[in-house]
Design a protein around this ligand. Structure first.
Ligand SMILES: NC(=O)c1ccc[n+]([C@@H]2O[C@H](COP(=O)([O-])OP(=O)(O)OC[C@H]3O[C@@H](n4cnc5c(N)ncnc54)[C@H](O)[C@@H]3O)[C@@H](O)[C@H]2O)c1
Ligand SMILES: O=C(O)C(=O)C[C@@H](O)[C@H](O)[C@H](O)COP(=O)(O)O
Ligand SMILES: [Zn+2]
Length: 351
């Protein structure tokens, strides 16, 4: 099972992990921002200071085959063997591509994830989904390949801008919704404007705990893990479409809008309580601005949904909720119902 360490002393925990693992050469993957803002927090470790450094461009449009190939090339040309270790220091884009580079280089080398975004810490770095975007589609190519260890330290979050804070926070709302009233209400009552970092630390531990519990039961998404995809059937379509239109939105924003649509469908088809739906919608409306799709985009959005990994045959599959914490997997909705849900989203966020 994957080890997830909630650190209280980053450098000590990192030294402990590195002394526990055996490897011949160490490599460190960063993007241009985490190199500048996060590397300084780990560079005092003597082994990290000597590691082969691979720096990639930031941004989800770089989670692609060319970047992946450049990581393979660096490893190959700098003496990496099957016994080398890769440390992924960055957000979800970086742990996704770095995890897949590790899973595929010489058929698989070990890696450690050190998530530096809120999104990475509560979600992406944990659970073994790795991969790249391909052909305009999110995570179209990839593998289930958990990092040996995930080292979470909230010290990294202090340099995040507000949009990236909110992007990660959307996955925490998702975890609250699929888990329990207690978790969900905790996310609904957190002050996202004046961030209390001590409070956030505990929320992060609780939130990643939701993911850990689900992944432990169903690591390969055969059943229960589909809960972690709430908001993503429609959310991924918004995200892909935003790149197609050259107006990129962060993953968590797209997921937040996807959650509104999928709670609406949950209410219609599974009886998700109206008042809990509206409480969540108001929170998202207050925090996640900037939705710009209109009905001219609907058919194209639907085309993206046809590629969702939960689909079987020709139907678009969803995870719905019949209440907070009551997960209904393998649900379907017609094209008309999906368009109705996007109409509902546009009305509820005021477009
Ligand atoms: N594998 C999974 O289970 C899983 C789960 C959720 C999301 N994802 C994927 O994760 C990606 C989104 O992750 P993300 O939001 O972390 O994106 P990201 O990795 O692109 O990071 C967002 C931005 O923040 C910068 N950054 C990173 N750490 C920073 C720090 N400490 N201070 C300041 N800036 C920092 C990055 O350079 C980047 O510009 C998407 O590709 C999504 O598909 C994967
Ligand atoms: O861990 C999971 O399982 C998830 O679905 C978590 C999602 O937040 C994440 O965005 C994931 O990458 C989506 O996976 P995909 O299989 O829909 O590409
Ligand atoms: Zn996600």
């Amino acid at each position: 099972m994957q080890k997830v360490i909630k650190s209280t002393d980053l450098n000590k925990d990192l030294s402990d992990i590195l002394s526990r693992l055996s490897f011949d050469k160490l490599f460190l993957l960063t993007d241009e921002n985490t190199e500048r803002l996060c590397y300084p927090l780990v560079k005092d470790n003597a082994q990290i200071a000597k590691a082969g450094k691979i720096i990639i461009k930031a941004g989800d449009d770089n989670k692609n085959i060319e970047t992946l190939s450049s990581i393979w090339k660096y490893l190959s040309e700098n003496g990496a063997t099957r016994h080398s270790l890769l440390i992924n220091l960055g957000g979800g884009m970086l742990t996704d591509i770095g995890g897949f580079a590790a899973a595929s280089f010489k058929r698989g080398i070990k890696c450690i994830n050190i998530p530096t975004t809120l999104l990475g810490a509560v979600d992406a770095a944990v659970g073994g989904k790795t991969g790249i975007n391909f052909n305009g589609l999110k995570n179209e190519i990839g593998a289930f390949a958990p990092a040996e260890t995930v080292l979470i330290d909230s010290a990294f979050f202090k340099s995040l801008d507000h949009q990236n804070f909110l992007s990660g926070y959307a996955e925490m709302i998702k975890h609250g919704l699929i888990d329990s009233d207690k978790e969900w209400l905790a996310t609904m009552s957190f002050d996202t404007e004046e961030i209390d970092y001590e409070k956030l630390k505990q929320l992060v531990v609780d939130s990643v705990g939701v993911k850990e519990r689900i992944v432990e039961i169903d690591p390969f998404e055969k059943g229960l893990r589909k809960a972690l995809n709430l908001g993503h059937t429609i959310g991924h379509a918004f995200e892909s479409m935003s790149y197609e239109l050259n107006k990129p939105v962060q993953h968590g924003y797209a997921v937040a809008w996807g959650i509104i649509c999928e709670l609406y469908l949950s209410h219609r088809f599974c009886g998700f309580p109206k008042e809990k739906m509206y409480k969540t919608i108001y929170f998202i409306k207050d925090n996640y601005h900037g939705f710009y799709f209109d009905c001219d985009h609907y058919e194209r959005l639907y085309e993206y949904m046809k590629h969702d990994k939960k689909n079987e045959s020709d139907t678009v599959n969803f995870t719905f909720l019949s209440d907070v914490g009551r997960i209904e997997i393998n649900q379907t909705a017609s094209k008309e119902d999906i368009f109705d849900a996007i109409d509902f989203l546009r009305e509820s966020v005021g477009l």
